[in-house]
Design a binder for this molecule. Structure first.
Ligand SMILES: [Cu+2]
Length: 264
């Protein structure tokens, strides 16, 4: 093969690889910033695959060692541009801790559950058995490529208005989630599931998704009134079912029986 032929082939091959390069434009990132003085931080990379799936990579540290950390993409298909919450703006009861409900007003409800296996719907969102756990030093490395049919409708169209949230904090420093710290999760209790420690559902970190192709939030979203009622309550009700699993995993005995019989 002459050099000239080789160059021609190389050019052709570069052209053929253009779609791959274009697909790389649909990579967006987020920096996870601590909430609730958790000390947690990390990085997120979301890449839309050629097949319409989503590859998710998360590297974080400062989490509660050895504990599962429910993690989700929050937001909605309405394209409303949510923000990460702050104590100043969102701690409505002024107790110095952001609960999941207080924070959800900013980052939206669960859009996609970043599970380690199985489904990724909001219903899967608090099944701690399928959530990654931090290692002994509080580090968590997660990578999963979800096929297209596991990615919720509308998510890829709203990459610019999404947030990645990791939950689970340890305010009393005993390296576990317990009722003694903050009492029970009102988020869980309001969904009919008692005895879930609030520490398990409070957010530890939040990151706003950003990237070249993610900068354009939909303008026809419900900018003024927030998401429609159905949009907000659907995921919430779904989370109620998932909380049963969370509660079970954390030792609420009455519910534990139900979890075992559910076969998950
Ligand atoms: Cu979440």
């Amino acid at each position: 093969m002459t050099l000239r032929t080789w160059l021609t082939l190389a050019a052709a091959s570069a052209l053929l690889s253009l779609p791959t390069i274009a697909a790389a434009d649909t990579t967006v990132t987020a920096d996870l910033v601590e909430l609730n003085d958790s000390g947690a931080r990390g990085t997120v990379v979301l890449t839309v695959t050629d097949a319409g799936g989503l590859k998710v990579s998360i590297h974080s540290k400062g989490l509660v060692p050895g504990q599962p950390h429910p993690q989700h993409i929050h937001g909605s298909a309405g394209g409303h541009h949510f923000m990460c919450p702050t104590i100043k703006d969102n701690d409505t009861d002024g107790d110095g801790v952001l609960t999941n409900e207080e924070a959800s007003g900013e980052y939206g409800t669960i859009f996609m559950a970043l599970t380690t296996r199985g489904g990724a719907t909001p219903q899967d969102g608090l099944d701690v058995a399928r959530m990654p756990a931090a290692d002994k030093s509080g580090r968590l490395d997660y990578e999963r490529t979800f096929p297209a049919d596991a990615v919720p409708d509308g998510l890829l169209d709203n990459l610019g208005s999404l947030h990645v949230v990791q939950h689970g904090i340890d305010v009393n420093g005993n390296e576990k989630y317990d009722l003694d710290a903050l009492g029970e999760s009102t988020f869980a209790a309001n969904l009919g599931v008692p005895n879930v420690p609030e520490e398990a559902t409070d957010p530890a970190s939040c990151g706003v998704v950003r990237g070249a192709s993610a900068a354009e939030p939909a303008h026809d979203g419900p900018e003024m009134g927030g998401a429609p009622v159905a949009d907000r309550n659907g995921p919430l009700l779904a989370a109620g079912a998932a909380l049963l699993l969370l509660s079970a995993a954390l030792g609420a005995s009455a519910i534990g029986v139900r979890r075992r019989s559910s076969g998950r």
